[in-house]
Design a protein around this ligand. Structure first.
Ligand SMILES: Nc1ncnc2c1ncn2[C@@H]1O[C@H](COP(=O)(O)OP(=O)(O)OP(=O)(O)O)[C@@H](O)[C@H]1O
Ligand SMILES: [Mg+2]
Length: 361
């Protein structure tokens, strides 16, 4: 969809300017090519109206130039005045042609940029679904836990109710726990469905700490099965950020999975992953994922975020490039930091601006 900035105020201003130029051109005895001023009208119209509007404006300007000449020189032919009129017509015509070309080029650029954003979102979605496949065992476990609790509490309630003297209070409590577990299960499924769904990114105000907790929840089981200790160090009172919850979760899960994979050869008890959030100097929020793995060799740093750069046998090398594209479309930046022993990946996001329109990228 091609965007053209439109403003009623500018439109009124353009009409006013056109009429003023016409009045000065037709009814004042100035010996200058006033009609050349129509080029300003034509140029401005290109940033207010679409192609047809610009063509109509140019045609109106050409007609008004001819009309003004006819009104002021109908009785007597004047060579210099005719020359000025021809110069004005040529200037308006050339400006209209240039303005239309500029508008077409700008619109093509905008369309290309939008197509690029669409492809990036599609790529992010594909890699997200792949990531869910890797997390399948964790996800199954996350869902299984509340399901087991539902079954246990259901059986307990039946037992309380089947007693010769039914224990209604106990049964009620067990059913309460059952409902709570059902809520937990549906919450896990809701989060997974959100990750799997292909939807346009929705940028909304959110607390990065909540996103971090959700992402940690989704990989918790995976970390436990790899004997990785997760330390959460989330600063309280951070400013909100504006972002797409699902995409930011994807970034965090990618970073957590990379850190976990990097620590697979750590001695038992030595694999520690620290997920930290802090407010940053520029007023935004910084999130870091630090591990105690082998770290990133200096010669890998320049290509870390390049597509298809991977040192893993089964690695696609798309995790970090996707993270970068997501963080950059959120107006933030991502980088690998320096840390003694292990690696640390950080990203920062600008704080939510007040009065930001909902859904604004
Ligand atoms: N925490 C880390 N410690 C050490 N090396 C890392 C770490 N995170 C990333 N890397 C390096 O960066 C490379 C690129 O990571 P990236 O996530 O882009 O791809 P990948 O993990 O290899 O594959 P995938 O596309 O499946 O995620 C990794 O192969 C690894 O060499
Ligand atoms: Mg990866």
């Amino acid at each position: 969809m091609v965007r053209v900035q439109g403003s009623p105020l500018l439109s009124i201003l353009l009409v006013g300017l056109t009429l003023t130029i016409f009045a000065v051109d037709a009814f004042t005895p100035l010996d200058v090519a006033i009609a050349v001023m129509y080029v300003v009208v034509v140029l401005l119209s290109a940033s207010v109206w679409r192609r047809s509007g610009v063509m109509l404006t140019s045609a109106v300007c050409l007609c008004l130039t001819l009309l003004a000449y006819a009104l002021s020189h109908a009785a007597t032919f004047s060579g210099p005045a005719s020359g000025r009129m021809v110069v004005s017509l040529a200037a308006i015509g050339i400006t209209a042609w240039l303005a239309l070309r500029w508008q077409a080029a700008t619109n093509a650029l905008i369309a290309r940029e939008e197509a690029l954003h669409r492809s990036q979102a599609q790529l992010a979605h594909v890699t997200r679904v792949t990531m869910l496949g890797e997390l399948a065992a964790s996800i199954a476990h996350e869902v299984n836990q509340p399901l087991a609790a539902i079954a246990t509490n259901g059986e307990a309630s039946l037992r309380w109710l089947n007693r010769p003297q039914p224990e209604l209070g106990e049964a009620r409590a067990a059913i309460g726990s059952l409902l709570e577990a059902a809520g937990r299960a549906s919450e896990v499924i809701r989060r997974i469905r959100a990750l799997a769904r292909r939807s346009d990114p929705r940028h909304l105000p959110l607390a990065l700490n909540d996103v971090a907790l959700e992402a940690a929840g989704l990989v918790r089981r995976e970390l436990a099965s790899h004997q990785v200790t997760l330390k959460l160090d989330l600063a309280p009172g951070l400013p909100q950020v504006c972002g797409d919850r699902v995409q930011l979760q994807q970034v965090l899960i990618n970073l957590l999975m990379n850190a976990m994979q990097a620590m697979q050869h750590c001695a038992p008890g030595q694999a520690v992953l620290t997920l930290r959030t802090r407010s940053c100097d520029e007023g935004g929020v910084t999130c870091s994922v630090a591990d105690t793995g082998p770290g990133i060799p200096a010669d890998h740093l320049p290509k870390l975020f390049d597509a298809f750069f991977s040192t893993k046998e089964d690695g696609m090398g798309m995790g970090l490039p996707i993270c970068r594209s997501i963080i950059e479309t959120h107006g933030g930046r991502i980088w690998a930091g320096a840390q003694a022993g292990g690696a640390v990946l950080l990203f920062s996001l600008p704080a939510l601006r007040r009065n930001m329109p909902e859904g604004a990228p």
